[in-house]
Design a protein around this ligand. Structure first.
Ligand code: MRU
Length: 347
């Protein structure tokens, strides 16, 4: 897949392949200010925890570029922009980690002139982007060992190139299995209401010639009971210190179904998705999105006017349902609390 997050230093501008229009149209969304990136994150122009983190790093660069070095309050104004950016979406911890990393680099030299900060941040944002791709590929190399020849793997939402700096976490493992010469099929759950599975996962895998079939979310139990699925592999928005994992709404149900059918359940995520400040899933904030995503399919209303809906964007899969967590450094097994603490220390 081509790069879907591009930064032009000369303008400066952040160009995002607009995921709201895929697979029909490849349109680019241009961000010139931090506020544009916040809007892009909230409106799902770009989504997926690592991709949110990468976009946020470039947003910091736009923030620094928009300030006037002769304005004595530029530092305060920049801090405010970073605070607003950190709050754009609450569940994906990569957003906060990325902004924290940019801020830490700045505060390590608090008197740095604005021109030097722009230069330093430009380099750091590119590093964050490239590190994510490198981590995805490492995760793929390690994780593909778990996938056997001829398996059909179920995935939920989109944890592919479009959800990361490039390559993908869950889909990265599948891509790597293909590169290792294995024949692997994928069932992409459609993932109501935003349809990341039907629109984005199917789009990516089709481009890479990986056999993919889209299933309604409510078909998972039947497919598993018929022996059509050999493993479930998903990404993550935040992993707590005990291994509880926040991911797209519906993931928890898949964990329960996988356990009931004796199917392994893998989470693929970079170390940057681990939040050791969250002791368990109870400490992870769950984003609630606008009712309109559920009441309407595109522009058509499908729920009677006045009927309230639930639109939680994520759920928590308890660690006991997870067989392995695939990171860029290891395939982690239970007990996750101990192994996560060690992996984070070593990273
Ligand atoms: O609401 P989204 O589309 O941002 O949710 C994305 C997911 O749930 C992904 O599975 C997760 O961020 C991992 S992406 C590598």
């Amino acid at each position: 897949m081509k790069r879907h997050i591009r930064f032009s230093e000369s303008e400066p501008a952040l160009l995002l392949l607009d995921q709201r229009f895929l697979p029909d149209r490849e349109k680019w969304f241009v961000c010139r200010r931090v506020q544009d990136v916040i809007a892009a994150l909230q409106d799902m122009v770009v989504r997926g925890a690592p991709a949110i983190g990468v976009s946020a790093a470039y947003a910091c660069c736009l923030g620094a570029a928009s300030l006037d070095p002769s304005d004595r309050t530029w530092q305060k104004r920049l801090d405010e922009k970073l605070d607003r950016l950190s709050r754009a979406r609450p569940t994906a911890v990569n957003l906060q980690h990325s902004v924290q990393r940019m801020r830490r680099a700045w505060k390590a030299d608090p008197d740095i002139p604005l021109a030097d900060l722009r230069w330093m941040w430009g380099k750091l944002a590119k590093d964050i982007h490239n590190e994510d791709i490198v981590a995805n590929k490492a995760m793929g190399r390690l994780g593909q060992e778990l996938i056997q020849e001829g398996w059909t793997v179920m995935t939920h939402c989109n944890a592919g190139a479009l959800a990361t700096g490039g390559y993908g976490t869950a889909l990265g493992v599948i891509r790597a299995a293909k590169s290792a010469g294995k024949t692997v099929g994928v069932v992409a759950n459609e993932t109501r209401p935003f349809l990341q599975g039907a629109r984005l996962t199917a789009y990516e895998l089709q481009q890479d010639d990986i056999p993919v079939r889209v299933a309604c979310d409510n078909a998972a139990a039947l497919l598993m009971s018929r022996g059509l699925i050999q493993a479930v592999i998903v990404g993550a928005d935040r992993i707590a210190a005990n291994g509880d994992t926040a991911n797209k709404i519906g993931t928890y149900g898949l964990g329960l179904l996988a356990q009931a059918h004796g199917i392994p359940f893998y989470v693929a995520a970079p170390i940057s998705t681990i939040d050791t400040r969250a002791e368990s899933g109870e400490d992870i904030p769950i984003e609630e999105r606008t009712a309109r995503e559920v009441t309407h399919v595109q522009t058509t209303r499908v729920v009677p006017e006045g009927v309230p809906v639930f639109n939680y964007a994520f759920d928590i899969t308890p660690h006991r349902l997870i067989t392995h967590i695939i990171t860029e450094t290891e395939i982690m097994s239970p007990p996750f609390d101990q192994n996560i603490a060690r992996a984070v220390r070593e990273a």
